[in-house]
Design a protein around this ligand. Structure first.
Ligand code: ADP
Ligand code: MG
Length: 216
């Protein structure tokens, strides 16, 4: 679904923070992205959801060359990708329901369809009673679940999660990993950036390892 070929990334003409990255993300795969702080995990995630374009090399998404795609084409490709950001980025002035509904509203879906999808989704993440609550009143683990719900409400083919269990204790982190495995069983490809070795041992999947911007 996604192919990177000899990709490099630099920010504003600075040094390369990613160098010569080549990798393929297949349908239904599950990878961890590991590496110490500053090794380039978040930057690689940015390339994968087209938040950044590579400064060299090629990225193909669903057989389209990303750099040669028009903005509308890129936006359409982006709809295949769900992202859970390291800092959640929930909208604190909106209810849980409205946070999860937002991507569907941006796609102009009818409110009736949105209601059934969002109601089912917040039940699935175990927050069925919290639809009217705003994010600041939830625990870190609950907010993480809302971020997951918002990322997958449009049924993306790929889910990118940047250190999703980083700020959670083990039981909370493991319950997030179980949600991810359930999504993966339904056919979604996942890339989970983490440096939690315990998580990787309890939920084994292939590793992509970054060291100073190189895949090793
Ligand atoms: N927006 C940015 N502008 C300039 N440099 C950045 C930016 N984001 C990250 N970097 C640099 O890129 C390198 C990789 O960072 P990052 O991708 O955040 O790594 P990780 O997520 O593994 O901690 C670091 O040297 C960092 O300082
Ligand atoms: Mg990071």
């Amino acid at each position: 679904m996604i192919e990177l070929s000899h990709v490099g990334l630099r920010y504003d003409g600075g040094p390369e923070v990613l160098s010569d990255i080549s990798l393929t993300i297949e349908q239904g795969s599950f990878h961890y992205l590991m590496g110490s702080s500053g090794s380039g995990k978040t930057s690689l995630m940015r390339l994968l959801h087209m938040g950044k374009l590579p400064s060299r090399g090629h990225i193909t998404m669903f057989d389209e060359d990303v750099a040669k795609s028009s903005r509308p084409k890129r936006a359409a490709l982006r709809n295949n990708i769900g992202v859970i950001f390291q800092d959640f980025r929930l909208l604190h002035h909106l209810s849980i329901y409205d946070n999860v509904a937002l991507p569907l509203r941006l796609l102009d879906q009818p409110e009736k369809k949105i209601k059934s999808a969002v109601t089912e989704m917040i039940k699935w993440i175990g927050l069925g009673e919290y639809g009217h609550v705003r994010p600041p009143f939830l625990s870190g683990g609950q907010q993480q679940r809302v971020a997951i719900a918002r990322a997958i409400i449009t049924k993306p083919k790929i889910l990118l999660a940047d250190e999703p269990t980083g700020s959670l204790d083990d039981p909370m982190g493991d319950s997030i990993m179980k949600l991810f495995e359930e999504l993966n069983k339904r056919g979604m490809a996942l890339i989970v950036a983490t440096h939690n070795k315990g998580t990787v041992e309890r939920f084994p999947h292939p590793l992509l390892k970054l060291k100073a911007g190189h895949l090793v």
